[in-house]
Design a protein around this ligand. Structure first.
Ligand code: SF4
Length: 180
């Protein structure tokens, strides 16, 4: 059984909404994505898992790291909520998504596969230590896909995945890069 088939068997045991596999050449890397983070996201510069600090703290190097892998799995979780504009609700959904991602990735690592995880950014600490103190849990944190130059909306479109299920839903994505 190929590594991809083994990973798929693992993914099927988790409450993911959609998942798909692809080749690294299909990933829409962009050197503009940090600009979008800077202008649109309050986590920019305030999380060790997000731009401009995550990974090597260098977008080109982060993209190069991803390109060391041949393939990827990307998956989403979707939660219905009463008010998707409520930041606390979104954080709770993100924590649930992180838990699913952690459990699934532990199983994938146990296959002995060369792999690298990217997700929605880190939600471990109530308040991130960034930028004044070092990360408290560098081994456990999930770095964001955007920090590695990946345009998640473009990727989901290209792979036929849904990014928006309507007003009262919250969607998060994670990605596992791997070699066969
Ligand atoms: S573990 Fe804590 S300090 Fe490190 S990135 Fe996550 S929230 Fe920030």
């Amino acid at each position: 059984m190929s590594i991809q088939q083994q990973i798929e068997e693992i993914a099927l045991n988790y409450p993911v909404c959609e998942y798909t596999f692809g080749d690294i050449e299909e990933v829409p890397f962009s050197d503009k994505i940090w600009y979008i983070c800077k202008t649109d996201c309050k986590r920019y510069g305030k999380s060790w898992s997000c731009p401009p600090y995550a990974g090597a703290g260098d977008l080109e190097k982060n993209i190069e790291k991803c390109k060391n892998y041949q393939k990827f799995l990307v998956f989403s979780t979707v939660t219905e909520v009463e008010n998707a504009w409520d930041a606390e609700v979104c954080l709770a959904c993100q924590k649930d998504h992180t838990e699913v991602t952690d459990q699934m990735y532990e199983e994938i690592k146990a296959l002995g596969v060369e792999s690298f995880l990217l997700s929605t950014g880190c939600v471990i600490c109530e308040e991130c230590a960034c930028p004044n103190e070092p990360c408290r849990h560098p081994e456990q944190r999930h770095e964001s896909m955007e920090s590695h130059g990946i345009n998640v909306m473009q990727l989901s479109d290209a792979k036929g995945m849904c990014y928006n299920y309507g007003g009262d839903t919250v969607v998060y994505f994670s990605m596992v890069l791997f070699n066969e």
